[in-house]
Design a protein around this ligand. Structure first.
Ligand SMILES: *Cc1c(COP(=O)(O)O)cnc(C)c1O
Length: 375
């Protein structure tokens, strides 16, 4: 297949973390040198500073830095004393991270379908999925869009089930003066490099307003220690956020809102200008959407993706295999999640990161307009 001539030489990467890194090079070099000179590299002053700053930013009393976002979810569940014999209700369209964490604790994942167009947990499906064995609910604010967190929190409160937020794609999303991470009993963040707030490697955090849960998390992330070498908390692991990453995150936190605003501007540009009969484009969101990913839907997704690739435009699929259909964990019979399954066939993520320029966004839009769907 031949690429349409006007777009043949345009190259738009799906993401390019190097652009931001080159801009902030001197500042980051200073941060790295400071930590290197300090002689203290794990669980020190840099982490305490970042935990305090991030907790204040989200508006929650305690933040506990951990090794990554998946560990954050696992440790949040362990802090709630969830393990074998418990069910945890979550969605199946969010990349398998929550399922991985649930399985690590020995609990059983139970899936509820999502709603369109939000692509987030459907409150009615959640109500139907709750049983006396439900020990927690994990709500993911997928693609940067705050889920119906108020309604979900009130359903959980009415049933006495703790709510855990997966905020790995939603740093800074807010509604009604409340930030993603301030709706649940516990909230989990990843600072993987591609996230809206990203480190130079792996990092994560659990936030909670509950001081007893925070103390348990501080023990769980370091072998279960109460005092040094004395294991008071069962189920402990080694999952710490190191000083270099904490210092980088504290530095980058200052730019988070501005970079989220740039993501929203890119989404608005797509939402206003991208018009194609075979491509469903999400409406531009407000402060409740930090556009971690800009995800369109298309029944001929793979053909559209191939066309974009031929035009030099990167795209990706988040996520092609729903959790309940992963080959490593066959479920029989598999639960029926028709919306989740349809979305897995239709979703396509277009380039959307703060360092993308308007001409590149327009290039993506033009390339989409040049695509002809099969009849
Ligand atoms: C990235 C991500 C995670 C896991 O974070 P890691 O730091 O990669 O372990 C969890 N949930 C969601 C929704 C994510 O996007």
């Amino acid at each position: 297949m031949q690429a349409p001539a006007p777009f043949a030489r345009l190259r738009v990467p799906f993401n390019d973390l190097g652009r931001a890194a080159r801009q902030e090079h001197d500042a980051i070099a200073g941060v790295l040198a400071r930590v290197a000179r300090s002689g203290w590299y794990v669980l020190g002053e840099e982490l305490r500073r970042f935990e305090a700053a991030f907790a204040a930013y989200v508006g929650v009393a305690h933040a506990v830095g951990v090794g990554n976002g998946t560990d954050a979810i696992e440790l949040a569940l362990r802090a709630l004393r969830i393990g074998p014999g418990s069910d945890v209700v979550t969605v199946a369209n969010a990349g398998m991270y929550a399922t991985t964490a649930i399985r690590r604790t020995g609990a059983r994942p139970v899936y509820a379908d999502v709603a369109v167009p939000s692509m987030n947990l459907d409150v009615h499906a959640l109500e139907a999925a709750l049983t006396p064995s439900t020990a927690a609910v994990i709500v993911t604010h997928l693609y940067g869009r705050l889920a119906d967190a108020e309604a979900i929190a009130s359903v959980c409160a009415a049933r006495g089930v703790p709510l855990v937020e997966d905020c790995a794609q939603a740093h800074g999303a807010r509604r009604g003066g409340r930030m993603a991470g301030a709706f649940g009993t516990l909230a989990c963040f990843s600072f993987y490099p591609t996230k809206n707030l990203g480190a130079l490697g792996d990092a994560g955090a659990v936030l909670t307003g509950d001081g007893a849960l925070a103390a348990r998390l501080r023990a769980l992330r370091q072998y279960g220690w109460g005092d040094k070498y004395e294991v008071r908390e069962p189920g402990g692991v080694n999952s710490r956020l190191d000083e270099v990453q904490a210092a980088v995150l504290a530095h980058r936190l200052a730019a988070l809102d501005a970079r989220n605003a740039r993501r929203r501007a890119i989404a608005r540009r797509y939402a206003t200008s991208l018009r194609h009969p075979a491509i469903a484009v999400p409406a531009a969101g407000g402060d409740d959407d930090v556009v971690h990913l800009y995800v369109v839907r298309c029944a001929q997704r793979d053909a559209l993706r191939a066309h974009l690739a031929a035009c030099g435009i990167g795209s990706d699929v988040h996520y092609p295999v729903p959790d309940h259909l992963q080959p490593a964990y066959p479920l029989s019979p598999p639960p029926r999640l028709p919306v989740t399954e349809r979305l897995a066939r239709e979703v396509l993520s277009l380039p959307c990161f703060p360092d993308l320029d308007d001409a590149e966004v327009d290039g993506v839009i033009d390339a989409c307009h040049a695509w002809r769907a099969a009849a």
